[in-house]
Design a protein around this ligand. Structure first.
Ligand code: TRP
Length: 322
């Protein structure tokens, strides 16, 4: 099965990103019946207000982060959206098959303009670029968050419309939503998200990491009292790093009393550092080696282009492009 997903560079990678999207991706990568395609959607990111040097930095940092966390460019095809330009050409072709009404009904577009983003053509046609991404690689499955399901359905609709006219050229993609993935709570207990400023960042320096963990909101049970792990944000996060025995042991520490939340925060800090030790080292190595990362991305783009160029040629022929 060909699995394709794109992620926008939009800030520092945090535990929420890791447990809800990156870890499942790495697991899928290591299953031999999957062919993984993973790219950084920097052209999509242009539609929110972070173009310029900031976009450049965030793109590079995300590439380093993915590689450090275990995206293996030998196994997966890993590239930068802006390096694989056939998709842009196909985006124009696909636009001829895109009814205005379909785009006008897109929730993400409506949400964004209601939040004050300028209603320009880039934002409006965002789902067409995404459909081009998906369809030109003939992806079968597209792992996405709930907010992106409609976009995958739009891709499917466009493929159907195209195929109705030209035969079975495009593969119909399916959104793949992992339903066993819990929502990762942020430091305030709401879903961990950059926009809520409640993240714990995987590659933050130790001081920042400590500060973020210390900011976890707890109740005010006195230090000697037994504590409830059931509704504790520290426990909910620590649990992600622990096996069954580790979880039981931590529950016991809560129930025993005589330890404050400060102790549990210090424990979580150790767990995070320990779990990401190798990744953090690799990240620092990559961050200081832009040339190497650039080469990895170039190789990825070459692999991606190999796949898209034949498909695009077939499509251009059908379109009558001389
Ligand atoms: N729109 C997606 C998001 O914001 C990113 C994306 C772009 C994507 N192209 C894609 C995801 C193709 C899956 C497949 O999350």
């Amino acid at each position: 099965m060909r699995v394709l997903t794109g992620l926008q560079p939009s800030g520092k990678l945090h535990l929420g990103n890791y447990f809800s999207s990156i870890l499942p991706m790495i697991k899928a990568q290591n299953e031999s019946d999957n062919e993984m395609f993973i790219f950084i959607a920097n052209y999509h990111a242009m539609t929110s207000a972070n173009a310029g040097q900031m976009l450049k930095n965030q793109t590079f940092e995300l590439a380093c982060g993915f590689l450090a966390l275990g995206i293996d460019p030998q196994i997966s095809t890993f590239w930068l959206q802006s390096d694989a330009r056939d998709v842009l050409e196909f985006y124009w072709i696909l636009s001829q098959f895109t009814p205005m009404g379909l785009l006008e009904r897109a929730h993400a577009y409506k949400d964004k303009i209601s939040k004050g983003l300028e209603a320009n053509h880039g934002l409006f046609s965002y789902p067409v670029l995404m459909a081009a991404d998906i369809l030109l690689y003939s992806a079968n499955a597209v792992p996405v968050g709930k907010d992106q399901i409609q976009h995958v359905e739009i891709a499917r609709d466009l493929a159907l419309k195209f195929n109705n006219k030209f035969g079975e050229i495009l593969t119909l993609p399916k959104a793949k939503i992992a339903d066993d993935i819990a929502i990762i709570p942020g430091t305030d207990g709401a879903k961990m998200s950059k926009s809520y400023k409640n993240t714990i960042d995987i590659f933050a320096d130790e001081k920042t990491l400590k500060k973020q963990i210390n900011a976890i909101v707890t109740n005010s049970t006195a230090i000697d009292e037994p504590k409830q792990w059931q509704n504790c944000n520290i426990y909910a996060l620590a649990k992600l790093f622990l096996d069954e025995f580790g979880q039981e042991a931590l529950k016991e520490r809560y129930e025993r009393g005589h330890e404050g939340f400060g102790h549990f925060k210090a424990y979580l800090y150790e767990l995070v550092l320990d779990y990401f030790k190798q990744a953090r080292e690799k990240y620092n190595e990559l961050i200081n080696n832009e040339k190497m990362v650039r080469e990895i991305l170039n190789d990825g783009a070459a692999k991606a282009n190999k796949i898209t160029s034949d498909k695009l040629k077939e499509i251009k022929d059908l379109m009558g492009i001389f």
